[in-house]
Design a protein around this ligand. Structure first.
Ligand code: IVH
Length: 679
C-alpha cells in the first residue's frame, strides 16, 4: 500500500464508496457485503486523517455524507433532534477503551449502569406522535434530513396509529424497521417459484419495502418495528434512566424488544455480548451486534455527543458473516459412493470467526445457478456453526472474458474413470468400483455400525491398512494378514486379537446389514431392510430384474435401477464371490409379502432437500407405506421434518419455530423402522 500514491488512492476510494453508497442507500441493492464496505471506509478514513490537505483539496468527499442523499420520491423531513449514528467497537479491547474514555470524561465517577440492547439489522426510523396520534414517520437520511415515509410506516402492523396510556403532547419514537427472517425467506421462496430474482438480505429488503411509492406494496411485506430511543419530546414525564424511557415507550403501546438488560459492570456487558452472539441465529430477526448505552441520563448529558455519534453509546459489531474473496478454482471431490461434489478453492478469508479456504458447491446445477466462475470475486458466508457457503459472484468485479466452469468429464483420481451424471438428481458419480478415492470411504462404511459393525475398523485404521496395501477391497478384510498388522505401529497383541474377533463376528450379520454395507448408491438402511426382507438371499437379489426390484413396496424406480446395475457389474460380482468364499452370511429372514408396520399411522412427515438414499417420491412412498402422510409444507401438526442436502430454509425455520423435530437421513431411517424419533 505504501507504494500507492495517496491522492490517487483517496480518489479511487471515494469513487468506489460513492458507488456503493448509491447502490446501498438509493437502490437498496448492495453490491458487496457490509464488512467489505466497512474496510473501504476505514482505509479512506485513515488516509484522510494522515493527509488532511489532500482530503480537503480533492473533490467528491464521501465520508461526511454516508447515509445517502434524500430521494426525490419522498418529501424531505428535517429532524428536530438529529438522528445520530453510533461509534463501533469490533473487539473487547475497543469496548475497554470506550469505558476508559467514559471514566476520564466523567472525571473518575464510574458508570454504574449500562443498558445493553440488541443491534437490530434494519433501518432507523423516527415516528412522531402528536397528542397520541401518528403524524409523521421519517427515515434517518443523513441524520439531519430524512424522507417522509409516513404512509408506508402506517402499514406496519406493530406500529400503533394511536398511542395508549398517557401520551405526551409530542413524542418521537426512534427505532428500527426490519423484516423478520421467516417473512424474508417466504418472500424469496415465492420469487424463486416464479423464477424471479431473489433479494439479498432482510435488511435491504426491508429498506426497499419501506421506500415503495405505493404503501399498499409495503403493507404486503410484513415489516415490523422495535423502538429503542426517544427523539423529540414535549410535555412528557421526566426520566432519570434510559431503561425507564423504554418502559415509557412500551407503556404507550410501542414495541420494545424484551432482550434489553441493565447491567452494573463492564464484565456483565461483555457477558451480554457473548450470550447474544451465541444466540444470534436463534432469533427470528437479524442482528449484527449489541448496542451498549450509559443508562443514567444525567451521565449521558455530561458525556455529550461528537459530530456524528453520542459518546454515551457504542455499537459492538459481531464479526462479519459475509465477506468477498477470490474464487481461485473449482475442484471435484469423490465421496464414499462415488459422488463427485464440486467445491470452491478460495483465497483464504477470515469470516464468521474462522478462516475459510474451501466451501462446497454441492453439484453442477448449483454452480450453474449461482454462476460462479474461477477468477470471480465471490461472497462467502459462514454463519455460526453452519458450513461455509459461496453465495454469489460480485458481477461488477468479474474480469472480462471469464468463462463459465465446466464439470470435468473424468474422476480426478489417476485412473480417470468417466464421471456420469445421474438423471434424477443433479449429482455426478464415478462408477469405477475400484476407484482409489472411494475405496477408503467404502471400506469404512462397510465396517460401520449400521452395516457390518466391525469394532476397531474406523477411519484411521482403514487408511493405515489401505496405505500399507493390506486391503484393496471390502472382501480383503476377511483375509487380512494379521502378522503384518502386528508390525504396524499401535497394534499390539490384544488389539489385533480384538480386531480378528470383531471381523469374525461380522460374518454372521444379517443380509440387510451386508446389503447396506455394499454402499450401493441411493440405498440407505431402510431400503436395505426392505430388499433383504423381500428376497431373503443375496443371490436371489443379485438375479432380480429391475422390475422385480421395483415391485417391492417402498422401493422406487431409481433404487431399482441402481441396484440392478450394481449387481450387473463384473467387478462387483467378483467382490460378492470373494465374500462368499470367505464365508459371509448371505441370508436374512424373509417376509414374503413384505408388509411394513403402520408405524407412522396418522402422522405427517415433511421431507426437504436431497436425500442420499431416496428420491423425493421414494421417501414419500416409504412414509405412506407406513400409514403416514408426506405433505409439502411444515405446520404445527407436522410430526417431523426430514432434511437432506440444501433443504428449504423457510421449512427449517418454520419447523424450529413450531417445535417440530428436524431429522437427518439417518434419523429418518430410524423413524421408518420404528415410528419413533431418535432420542
Ligand atoms: S441507538 C443516538 N439502539 O444502529 C443513538 N441504534 O450504527 C441512536 N441500531 O442508526 C441509535 N439497534 O439504525 C440504537 N438498539 C439500538 C439499535 C440501533 C440498531 C441501529 C440504528 C443506528 C445504527 C448505528
Amino acid at each position: 500500500m505504501s507504494t500507492v500514491d495517496p491522492a490517487a488512492r483517496i480518489a479511487e476510494l471515494r469513487r468506489r464508496i460513492g458507488e456503493h453508497n448509491r447502490a446501498y442507500y438509493e437502490d437498496d441493492a448492495p453490491i458487496i457485503p457490509d464488512a467489505d464496505y466497512d474496510e473501504l471506509v476505514l482505509e479512506l478514513r485513515r488516509l484522510e486523517d494522515e493527509h488532511p490537505d489532500l482530503a480537503a483539496a480533492l473533490p467528491h468527499p464521501v465520508l461526511d455524507r454516508i447515509g445517502g442523499a434524500p430521494s426525490e420520491t419522498f418529501a424531505p423531513v428535517e429532524h428536530r433532534v438529529p438522528m445520530m449514528s453510533l461509534d463501533n467497537a469490533f473487539a473487547v479491547e475497543e469496548l475497554d477503551a470506550w469505558a476508559l474514555r467514559l471514566e476520564r470524561r466523567l472525571e473518575g465517577r464510574p458508570v454504574t449502569h449500562y443498558a445493553c440492547e440488541l443491534k437490530f439489522d434494519g433501518l432507523a426510523i423516527s415516528i412522531r406522535y402528536e397528542h397520541g396520534r401518528l403524524t409523521q414517520a421519517a427515515t434517518r437520511g443523513n441524520g439531519r434530513v430524512g424522507e417522509d415515509v409516513t404512509a408506508n410506516v402506517s402499514t406496519i402492523t406493530n406500529v400503533p396509529k394511536r398511542l395508549t396510556g398517557s401520551a405526551p403532547a409530542v413524542i418521537e419514537a426512534r427505532g428500527e424497521v426490519f423484516m423478520p427472517i421467516a417473512t424474508f425467506e417466504a418472500l424469496n421462496d415465492d420469487l424463486r417459484t416464479r423464477g424471479e430474482r431473489t433479494y439479498v438480505n432482510p435488511r435491504n429488503t426491508a429498506a426497499g419495502s419501506l421506500r415503495q411509492k405505493d404503501p399498499a406494496i409495503t403493507a404486503t411485506r410484513g415489516l415490523a418495528f422495535w423502538a429503542y430511543q426517544i427523539g423529540d419530546i414535549h410535555g412528557g414525564p421526566s426520566f432519570d434512566t434510559h431503561h425507564v424511557t423504554l418502559d415509557f415507550l412500551a407503556s404507550l403501546g410501542l414495541p420494545v424488544n424484551p432482550e434489553m438488560r441493565v447491567v452494573t459492570s463492564l464484565d456483565d456487558v461483555k457477558a451480554y455480548i457473548a450470550e447474544t452472539h451465541a444466540r444470534r441465529h436463534d432469533l427470528p430477526y437479524e442482528i449484527d451486534g449489541a448496542v451498549v448505552k450509559v443508562d443514567e441520563l444525567a451521565q449521558q448529558r455530561e458525556l455529550g455527543v461528537t459530530a456524528k455519534a453520542p459518546r454515551w453509546a457504542i455499537a459492538y459489531k459481531f464479526p462479519p458473516e459475509e465477506k468477498t474473496t477470490l474464487l481461485r478454482d473449482i475442484q471435484v471431490s469423490i465421496g464414499g459412493k462415488g459422488k463427485a461434489t464440486p467445491f470452491a478453492v478460495l483465497e483464504p478469508v477470515f469470516v464468521g470467526g474462522s478462516t475459510v479456504g474451501v466451501a462446497t458447491l454441492h453439484n453442477e446445477d448449483q454452480v450453474r445457478i449461482k454462476d460462479v466462475r474461477p477468477g470471480d470475486t465471490v461472497v462467502v458466508r459462514k454463519a455460526g456453526d453452519v458450513i461455509p457457503e459461496v453465495l454469489r459472484p460480485v458481477l461488477e468485479m468479474r474480469p472480462k472474458g471469464l468463462e463459465p466452469w465446466v464439470f470435468p468429464q473424468t474422476c480426478p483420481c489417476p485412473v480417470g474413470h468417466p464421471l456420469t451424471r445421474d438423471g434424477d438428481d443433479a449429482a455426478h458419480y464415478c462408477l469405477n468400483p475400484t476407484c482409489p478415492l472411494q475405496l477408503d470411504g467404502w471400506i469404512e462404511h462397510f465396517a460401520s455400525r449400521g452395516a457390518m459393525d466391525i469394532e476397531g475398523f474406523g477411519e484411521r485404521t482403514v487408511q493405515l491398512f489401505t496405505q500399507h496395501g493390506l486391503i484393496g477391497d471390502i472382501a480383503d478384510i476377511y483375509t487380512l494378514d494379521l502378522d503384518r498388522v502386528r508390525e504396524l505401529e499401535g497394534f499390539g497383541e490384544i488389539s489385533v486379537n480384538n480386531l480378528a474377533g470383531a471381523i469374525e463376528a461380522s460374518k454372521r450379520r444379517p443380509l440387510a446389514n451386508l446389503l447396506f454395507g455394499l454402499n450401493i448408491r441411493h440405498m440407505g438402511g431402510a431400503v436395505a431392510e426392505l430388499l433383504a426382507a423381500a428376497f431373503g438371499h443375496l443371490d436371489r437379489l443379485a438375479e432380480a430384474t429391475e422390475d422385480d426390484l421395483a415391485a417391492v413396496d417402498g422401493v422406487g424406480p431409481v433404487i431399482a435401477r441402481t441396484v440392478a446395475e450394481w449387481f450387473a457389474d463384473d467387478g462387483n460380482r467378483a467382490i460378492i464371490e470373494k465374500l462368499r468364499a470367505v464365508g459371509l452370511n448371505f441370508e436374512g429372514p424373509m417376509t414374503p409379502d413384505h408388509d411394513v408396520e403402520p408405524v407412522l399411522a396418522g402422522r405427517s412427515v415433511v421431507v426437504s432437500g436431497t436425500l442420499e438414499g431416496y428420491s423425493r417420491d421414494e421417501a414419500a412412498a416409504a412414509i405412506k407405506a407406513r400409514g403416514g402422510k408426506s405433505p409439502g409444507s411444515v405446520s404445527k401438526k407436522t410430526f417431523a421434518l426430514v432434511v437432506g442436502a440444501d433443504p428449504g430454509a423457510s421449512k427449517v425455520t418454520k419447523a424450529e419455530e413450531a417445535g417440530v423435530p428436524v431429522l437427518d437421513e439417518a434419523a429418518f431411517g430410524h423413524l421408518l423402522a420404528t415410528g419413533e424419533l431418535p432420542e
